[in-house]
Write a protein of this length. Sequence first.
Length: 449
Amino acid sequence: MKLNKFKVLFYFLVLSIFITGALFLNGGEKAVTAGTEEPYPDLEIFTEVLRQIQENYVEPQDSKKLIYGAVKGMVQSLDPHSSFMTKDEYQELMLETKGSFTGIGIEITIKDSILTVVSPIEGTPAYKMGLKAGDKIIQIEGKSTKNMTLMDAVKRIRGPKGTKVKLTILREGEKKPLVFSITRDVIPLKSVRSLLLEPGIGYIRVSTFQSRTAKDLDAAIKKLEKEGMLKGLILDLRNNPGGLLSQAIEVSDYFLESGVIVTTKGRKHSQDIVARAHKDGGTRNYPMIVLVNGGSASAAEIVAGALQDNKRAVILGTRTFGKGSVQTILPLSDGSALRLTTARYYTPSGRSIQLSGIQPDIELAFVPPKKKKEKKAEKHFFREEDLERHMPGESKEKPEKGGKQDVSKTAKTEKAKELIERDNQVRHALQLLKTWNIFSQMKGISITE
């Protein structure tokens, strides 16, 4: 009798969860099943297994823990990007999209059944230690990551500030596994950084898409415009693992006046969305070059695809990651949540970039800068300035008051020079924009539409 009561109560619980879930996911519509068979008879196996564990397992087990484990396994079997989150994991995710978290600063995914680094976040401990996009994490603190869920891996990698985590990775081109001992820190998610590379040519780096990215981008652009009229812009989306779909749409809209930005298609009509650009009165018609690489994923690929298909920007770099699916966060009744793949997204021309990624217009791989060697004595050409009693030149620059230099301006200039010197992709993009501006000013020649 006791067993029957347990069985009845459990069936009631499971059926309630399934009915509630079906209504929630389908907005009150009739649940859609993959096949014609009802799933409920198969629940008897689940009930039997749970009963056997409760009665015969060597140690007593918590029912909630067992059910959570079963749900995690079920969701994990769908795809690498779907996951079940406990209440604590869900709250941590919400904090992450708004401000900061404590960890090492990497975006990870499961690719070909292996835990893989999508990209390190710029300026974080992982970035400084030299972790790279494509690194395969095979151990965390000596524990194999084989069959480890994404959320479990995240939980193991994160931890209190000042503590260390040891990662063992496989890297293409390396014969032996590499071991990194990385000190955890607070990871501030400042998603937008800007520089004026040269007069009239700006550089914007977007490292992730979070709740304030579009507003921060607008502020950065206006700051650059105050330093002089922009004649060209480099938008750097390299190693950008993505983030919020809404922010990717807003950032794309910022540079477009019309046309489709992205289309999403799912099993439900509510997931079928066509996002379009709108005129906002801005005059951002300067030429643009977008930098991408294998670490550019998801939301970053949406922006690159939108600007490429609308012929608003030239894409330069290497093929992007190829994550063409949309995940929706579905809060559950007990405070936990489901991160579920609900749709695929398509670029304005109708391309699905799942696996294939965004192919750049100009293929150019990043070449790490060589170690500095002692410079040979440069051949000196005899110039006007070498003549005795030469006439002084006319300087258009106003002398600094008190003979003092603007320290912050000098620091920015040095930072821009350093970026150009060590980054061949930025350097090439800069040369293209300068050439673009030169030819566009010639009479009878037009290179813009």
